[in-house]
Design a protein around this ligand. Structure first.
Ligand SMILES: [Zn+2]
Length: 329
């Protein structure tokens, strides 16, 4: 059996015999392979010029739109290595080394609109994200959230007021665009439009929006309308203008909306739990599916979730120091 060594450098370093993998490195780490799990900016750095890059073609497109070129050294995975759909955002992948290792990157725990959940395979070593690895983070069923949002939009339209749906511009905003584009007129903010276009080019059936709204809110008519925008606090200038000049209702979408204070912290009128990550129960299910001997936890509740897993009989340890900011990527 190939022995896997996991260590922490500028990202996660996995060594199997003479082969070295850099997983989502934070800088140009010298390695045989650099694996880029997905195109959120906390994961994408220009890889070391000598490293062979493993990434999906969608991640290459999205990274390019965000100014990082991955294609130059792109390689097919070597024998015994596969990239599995992690369901997180378009093109997001987990790295699987036959029977030995599964690195999930950021992973979704359920189907949402056109996105699937993280595929798993049995592996001896599991490295998984634990962004929401605390028991209080259990997300409600998606249809329940969609129903509540549609009711809220209906009531707001009855008053002649517009609704702003806010989420991370890559990933969350495309799910919002898919779920709520039956409202008319339907607009998107320019930074969301750019990502929506790449999703369409990659075959995701997103309806063309009636209007792309610039950050200066030029030519934005009075409501009612629905618009998808990046997440903004009500202290943000654009959000303040949307409220003052358009009497818009602001709704925020994030896994953190499980916390009661989240919406009021942002100054949003509504907040709904909707995440591209696993919730606590989904993380537990994922670990049980992989049935590993050793689990390493990264991001969010690393210590807490490792403790939970040890209680379930797994050998689990946090990969400390590899903490992203507690924002909803
Ligand atoms: Zn992410």
């Amino acid at each position: 059996m190939r022995k896997t060594r996991v260590s922490l450098g500028e990202g996660i370093i996995v060594e199997q015999g003479a082969t070295k993998y850099a997983l989502d490195p934070k800088s140009a780490v010298k390695a045989d392979y650099t694996f880029v799990s997905h195109a959120h900016m906390d994961h994408v750095e220009t890889p070391h010029s000598k490293a062979k890059v493993l990434a999906s073609k969608e991640t290459v497109l999205l990274a390019r739109a965000r100014g990082v070129e991955l294609e130059t050294n792109m390689h097919d995975p070597p024998e015994g290595v596969a990239l599995l759909d992690s369901g997180h955002i378009l093109g997001a992948r987990a790295l699987y080394v036959e029977d030995e290792l599964l690195y999930t990157g950021d992973a979704a725990g359920r189907e949402r609109a056109f996105m699937s959940r993280c595929r798993t395979k049995k592996a001896r070593v599991l490295i998984t994200e634990t962004t929401f690895g605390d028991p209080r983070y259990i997300f409600p069923p998606l249809d329940q959230t969609v129903k509540l949002v549609n009711e809220m939009i209906g009531h707001t339209f009855d008053k002649g007021r517009p609704v702003v749906l806010m989420g991370y511009p890559l990933g969350k905003s495309q799910i919002l665009s898919y779920l709520f584009s039956s409202w008319h007129p339907f607009f998107v903010h320019e930074s969301v439009a750019q990502m929506n276009d790449i999703y369409r080019q990659s075959g995701v059936p997103l309806k063309k929006e009636a209007k792309t709204v610039s950050r200066t809110l030029e030519d934005l008519p009075q409501g009612p309308w629905v618009m998808v925008t990046p997440m903004m606090s009500s202290r943000n200038k654009v959000a303040a203008r949307l409220k003052k000049e358009h009497h818009a209702v602001l709704a925020a979408f994030s896994g953190w909306a499980v916390d009661r204070g989240y919406g009021s912290y942002l100054g949003a009128d509504y907040s709904f739990p909707l995440s591209d990550h696993c919730d606590y129960a989904e993380l537990l299910r994922l670990v049980k599916e992989v049935s590993p001997e050793v689990v390493y936890t990264t991001h969010g509740f690393t210590n807490e979730f490792a403790r939970t897993l040890r209680g379930e009989g797994f050998d689990a340890k946090p990969l400390d120091g590899y903490q992203a900011a507690l924002s909803d990527y």
